[in-house]
Design a protein around this ligand. Structure first.
Ligand SMILES: Nc1ncnc2c1ncn2[C@@H]1O[C@H](COP(=O)(O)OP(=O)(O)OP(=O)(O)O)[C@@H](O)[C@H]1O
Ligand SMILES: [Mg+2]
Length: 190
């Protein structure tokens, strides 16, 4: 079992959306995925797995978390193989995101942490500046996921965006994210 933790102190940055879509993308690749959440509000398309024995048997465990960090975060960080920190391309998201990365570092986890820039608009000046700033700070970015209404429509329909609207411009970036995650997993096993 390879554990992926979705983390950001900030709420509403796309943790649940990306956790769902990443899980679907891994499942499309024939992987078994246990979708776990620490968020009592839930809200995922995937059915939540609360059986650690079942999760242990799966190829991947994707752990969604609540926006406000509650107890147990350090334990989850240490249990994770990979930590993904979604953020929105807004100056308001910078501080909570950097704080979240500090929490990851201070947890003593061996997992690599990456930022996902969500709601990314490639032609937006602020969006590009934010990415440049993160790169300057040597914050690794694993994916840029564009804004796409198809994501919330797919979630409302209870399916992945690839199934809901295969032509959506958000499908390819999600596939790329899944490929990068598989790459990390292979490095881990190799
Ligand atoms: N790339 C995107 N394009 C368009 N809408 C998006 C995108 N990512 C997320 N959303 C929408 O933004 C809202 C917040 O996303 P989501 O619930 O995934 O965030 P979250 O980090 O899990 O929030 P919380 O902290 O409350 O759990 C949802 O309505 C979701 O459909
Ligand atoms: Mg959520």
């Amino acid at each position: 079992m390879y554990t992926i933790l979705m983390l950001n102190q900030k709420g509403g940055v796309g943790k649940t959306t990306i956790a769902d879509e990443l899980s679907f993308a891994l499942e499309r690749r024939g992987k078994t995925v246990a979708f776990v959440t620490t968020d009592p509000q839930g809200g995922s398309v995937h059915e939540v797995c609360d059986d650690p024995d079942f999760a242990e048997e799966c190829d991947f465990q994707v752990v969604d978390t609540a926006g406000v960090l509650v107890g147990g975060v350090n334990d989850w960080c240490r249990a994770a193989n990979l930590i993904l920190v979604p953020m929105l391309p807004s100056t308001r998201d910078m501080e909570p995101t950097l704080r979240t990365l500090d929490i990851v570092r201070e947890s003593g986890t061996g997992a690599k942490a990456y930022v996902i820039v969500n709601n990314f608009y490639a032609y937006g000046t602020l969006d590009r500046q934010l990415v440049e700033y993160l790169e300057g700070e040597e914050v690794p970015i694993i994916a840029k996921i564009p804004r796409a209404v198809a994501l919330s429509r797919a979630a409302a329909a209870g399916v992945s965006v690839a199934e809901y609207d295969p032509k959506s411009h958000v499908v390819a970036p999600i596939e790329l994210l899944a490929d990068s995650v598989l790459n990390e997993e292979e490095k881990n096993n190799g």
